[in-house]
Design a protein around this ligand. Structure first.
Ligand code: FE2
Length: 295
């Protein structure tokens, strides 16, 4: 995931010191943060005038898979190629392409990105293990859903009524989700921690450092994952700690279900999802749309 932030030093304080990611590389205007996983990095922060989404980064298995995405991008009337499949020029190298989706978000699909040595999470270690999922607001949910189905092979896992669509490419219930909104923007980025104990430690660690959850802790109905949402004060973006996201085994068949809008807090522990919380997750119209990052 790539985000533009107005103040790189402030953002570093939040994501390194408080959110417990690890700085793995940096240059004058970019900061690369890793989690407790072999991925080269899970979050790239870039100094920009205003907070923006820079990149959605997705992994492909093979170069042929990357080339297949390029062919589908070329055929799709709403997709725009940014960079044809080639050697990737960012940290970790590899082979990838970039394109704009139907709302103008920059999507990168890459393979053979070089990983790194990392310190695995053990019991009671509340550091994030990886990005679990990312949720976006979109003005045209049908167009966005069908775009990700046809260009990238995503499948619908479940819905909340007709306004929130959860999508997967593998066993995880969702790695991307989209919700209908007046404008396209980032809703939140979720980081997976090891288990329930580590989830509560991560949540409590933030609280002890002076950050109140904007929503949570709790457990969602759809996807069954736990949630504690916090706002990064440096950018306004909302981040989530989560664990125990439902796994789907396609071999046994899966029929998407429609959840009611009020089935969002199964433990009954979370604060109300009120207008103030919704407003934080709605965010501002994203200045990163139709404007791929220069690097
Ligand atoms: Fe989430």
């Amino acid at each position: 995931m790539g985000l533009g932030v107005a103040n790189l030093a402030d953002a570093r304080e939040f994501y390194e010191k408080h959110w417990q990611l690890e700085v793995v590389d940096a240059d004058d205007d970019r900061l690369y943060l890793g989690a407790a996983c072999p991925e080269s990095h899970v979050l790239r922060l870039r100094a920009t005038d205003q907070p923006r989404v820079d990149l959605i980064s997705l992994a492909a298995d093979t170069q042929a898979d990357v080339d297949g995405v390029a062919e589908r991008v070329a055929r799709h009337p709403l997709a725009r190629m940014v960079a044809q499949p080639a050697t990737r020029q960012d940290l970790g190298g590899g082979y990838g392409l970039r394109f704009l989706d139907c709302d103008g978000r920059t999507v990168e699909v890459a393979t053979e990105v070089v990983g790194r040595a990392f310190e695995p999470v053990r019991a009671a270690d509340s550091r994030p293990k990886t990005i679990s999922h990312v949720v976006f607001n979109t003005p045209d949910l049908t167009a966005t859903r069908t775009f990700y189905e046809s260009v990238l092979g995503f499948k619908v896992s479940d819905w909340v009524e007709d306004f929130f669509c959860f999508m997967r490419t593998g066993k995880a219930h969702h790695i991307l989700a989209f919700t209908r909104s007046a404008h396209a923007s980032l809703n939140h980025v979720a980081f997976e921690v090891h288990g329930l104990d580590e989830f509560m430690r991560a949540t409590g660690g933030m609280m002890r450092r002076g950050f109140q959850p904007v929503w949570g802790p709790g457990r969602h109905g759809v996807g069954n994952n736990t949630f504690s949402y916090f706002q990064d004060p440096s950018s306004g973006f909302v981040m989530e700690y989560t664990t125990e996201l439902q796994l789907i085994d396609d071999e046994h068949g899966w029929v998407p279900k429609v959840y009611p809008a009020n089935d969002i807090d199964r433990w009954g522990t979370a604060n109300e999802l009120d207008d103030a919380v919704r407003s934080l997750m709605r965010g501002r119209p994203d200045p990163g749309l139709w404007a791929p990052p220069p690097v």
